[in-house]
Write a protein that binds this ligand. Structure first.
Ligand code: SF4
Ligand code: FES
Length: 391
């Protein structure tokens, strides 16, 4: 009888995602392999959270096409797979942004997520840093085909720090994992099933443990928001800075992002990475305690390190880049080296702008009185006599 040949698992698997081949450790999920490439190749993830055990597999936004299963069995997988729950095989070929099927499926998933989610971004505190808002812009349809009543819930008070808007919840389970894995007692969970499924504290008990505020940071939408920041400002008007303090709580990393307007600290959050997850420090997720988050709202409580680099592509990144990069000057080039007078120096050559009136020196908004004075102006060499100028 032929002896069975046992093949050793290679130390690294070769996987190709959107035509980019990389080596990853066996056991890596497709999503994490794609994240190591970065950029648009990484599928969006609304429920997976690398720092929360057991997360993923709920929202289906991370679907990808597996065009070849492995070198040993290169058949394509018959259906799209959830990349956060599927591990890579040696020689696997995956398509994300290069697959029309994926784009189509993701459009459908976003449409489903928005069936019940209200489009209340103009009044939602999560606007500007909401993953569903970003997805909606990329994959959303202009209108809805849904003709039934949306889910409604009775308002539930879950304590003084966290505001629950159940209609915005996409049931990703992240907050319940935080309650299970980070706080010392879990007092909330998902009750009921199907259309009735809801985040609840069962008996409306307050979520009052030291690390409950981290639920706000993991919530990908505006279902759990910071009550102390409620309706106070839009996130894109605030300036995030990295700061730290010596926190008395040994479980708290003490490293946070302060969202400032001038000297005023509007809110405190954990520091986030480019995937919107809390950053890790010394190999541990940088969760922060409720004292740092809700009680330390003065700059003197913190040592400010510098401006936060916002890596996410979102309106939240507006005006928050560390370095200003000026676009290359091309106007002179296209004008064969001539000064772009007509475009750039219109004040001096235009007959509309009276050169005798320096608009920049007029206090407040200019009005007709200022321009009527142009009639008193005696035109100089090369100036037009239009607009009442005397020669
Ligand atoms: S409240 Fe937020 S974090 Fe919790 S399940 Fe709903 S969407 Fe997810
Ligand atoms: S991120 Fe994979 S299913 Fe939600």
């Amino acid at each position: 009888m032929a002896e069975e040949v046992k093949k050793e698992t290679p130390a690294a698997f070769k996987v190709t995602i959107d035509n980019i081949t990389i080596d990853v450790a066996p056991g890596t999920t497709i999503l994490n392999a794609a994240r190591s490439i970065g950029g648009d190749v990484a599928p969006p993830a609304m429920c997976y959270y690398s720092k929360l055990e057991g997360s993923g597999g709920k929202c289906r936004t991370c679907l990808v096409e597996v065009a070849a299963g492995s070198t040993a069995d290169p058949r394509p997988m018959p259906k799209l797979v959830a990349s956060c729950r599927t591990t890579v095989m040696d020689g696997m070929i995956v398509k994300n942004i290069t697959s029309e099927k994926v784009t189509d499926a993701r459009n459908g998933v976003v449409e489903f997520l928005l069936i019940n989610h209200p489009l209340d971004c103009p009044i939602c505190d999560q606007a500007g840093e909401c993953h569903l808002q970003d997805l909606g812009y990329e994959h959303g349809k202009e209108g809805t085909r849904y003709q039934f009543a949306r889910r409604t819930f009775k308002r539930e008070d879950i304590g003084p720090y966290i505001q629950l808007h159940m209609t915005r919840c996409i049931l990703c389970y992240r907050c319940t994992y935080v309650a299970d894995q980070i706080t010392n007692k879990r007092v909330h969970g998902i009750v009921d099933r199907g259309d009735h499924a809801a985040i609840s504290t069962y008996i409306s008990r307050a979520v009052d443990n030291d690390f409950s505020g981290n639920m706000i940071d993991v919530c990908p939408v505006g279902a759990l928001t910071d009550r102390t920041f409620r309706f106070k400002n839009r996130v894109w008007f605030t300036k995030p800075v990295d700061a730290h303090r010596d926190c008395e709580n040994p479980e708290c990393c003490g490293k946070a992002t302060l969202w400032l307007r001038g000297e005023e600290v509007f809110r405190v959050t954990a520091r986030k990475d480019q995937w919107g997850e809390v950053q890790s420090f010394d190999g541990k997720p940088g969760w922060i305690c409720n004292t740092c988050r809700f009680d330390k709202k003065e700059t003197k409580d913190w040592t400010i390190e510098g401006q936060t680099l916002v890596a996410r592509h979102s309106v939240i990144g507006a005006n928050k880049y560390k370095k200003l990069e000026m676009p290359a000057e091309t106007i002179k080039e296209v004008m064969n080296g001539r000064d772009p007078k007509l475009m750039m120096n219109i004040h001096n050559v235009s007959e509309v702008n009276n050169p005798n009136i320096q608009l920049s020196e007029i206090e407040g908004p200019a009005h007709s009185e200022d321009f009527n004075r142009s009639a008193e102006h005696v035109a100089g060499e090369g100036e037009s006599t239009q607009w009442g100028m005397k020669k």
